[in-house]
Ligand binder design. Structure first.
Ligand code: ATP
Ligand code: MG
Length: 211
């Protein structure tokens, strides 16, 4: 059974964004979504990640048709199984980096992983308030927070947007390793062709004719 399956997804806001998108990701598979700004990458990610019901089509996560589920069941899947790294990260600014990670553990009952803190090189930031951190540090804390939940499915919207090349590379490596380790899937939105090409599948939303 695929972990993510999208069938005939179409969506429009003021104008049609995409039509008839189909995709299917099994355990340990990765997919990139590319396309020019405004082509609908974030929208497609929100649709696939329980956040936005499409105008038409069906999204199945773990075989469940998510937008036919009760709100309660949908929230449970979102909380326990899905990790979403948003383009604009939503850390709580009044809290410290550590307290932000702690929130994930309260929701899911997992422990904060020292290993993750080491890997993301954010040990120094733990007692600082989010507002005192650099953009890149905030980005790394927000990704660490998502992985702290130990989700099977990772959705990541330009996760390395705020990072220098070397740090970006390290963070991407951690994401790919994580997906392999938990036999999960990675749905990666990026504008970087080289990064996109590291994924097993790629979808380019700019090329309307190929959709
Ligand atoms: N909630 C919304 N209501 C109305 N229009 C929206 C909404 N969300 C997105 N849009 C519009 O849909 C289009 C696609 O937006 P989206 O954020 O998916 O693009 P994107 O490919 O992720 O772009 P970027 O590379 O700049 O992040 C844009 O024109 C945007 O204004
Ligand atoms: Mg976007």
């Amino acid at each position: 059974m695929p972990l993510i399956e999208a069938k005939n997804i179409s969506h429009s806001f003021d104008y049609p964004l995409f039509n008839d998108i189909n995709l299917s990701l099994d355990e340990s598979e990765t997919m990139s979504v590319t396309g020019i700004s405004g082509s609908g990458k974030s929208t497609l990610m929100h649709i696939c990640s329980t956040m936005l019901k499409p105008n038409s089509g069906e999204i199945r996560l773990f075989g469940e048709d998510i937008y036919s589920l009760s709100q309660k069941k949908l929230i449970k899947i979102r909380r326990d199984m899905v990790g979403i790294i948003f383009q604009a990260h939503y850390l709580f600014r009044g809290l410290s980096a550590y307290e932000n990670l702690e929130l994930s553990t309260i929701l899911t009952g997992n422990k904060i992983s020292e290993e993750l803190i080491e890997k993301f090189k954010i040990k120094k930031t733990m007692n600082q308030k989010i507002g005192e951190l650099s953009g890149g540090q905030q980005q790394r804390v927000s990704i660490a927070r998502v992985l702290t939940k130990k989700p099977k499915i990772i959705f990541a919207d330009e996760p390395t947007g705020n990072l220098d090349e070397k740090t970006a590379d390290e963070v991407i490596k951690i994401l790919f390793e994580y997906v392999k380790e938990v036999r999960g899937v990675l749905f990666l939105v990026t504008h970087e062709k080289e990064l996109a090409s590291r994924c097993k599948y790629s979808k380019d939303l700019s090329i309307k004719g190929l959709l």
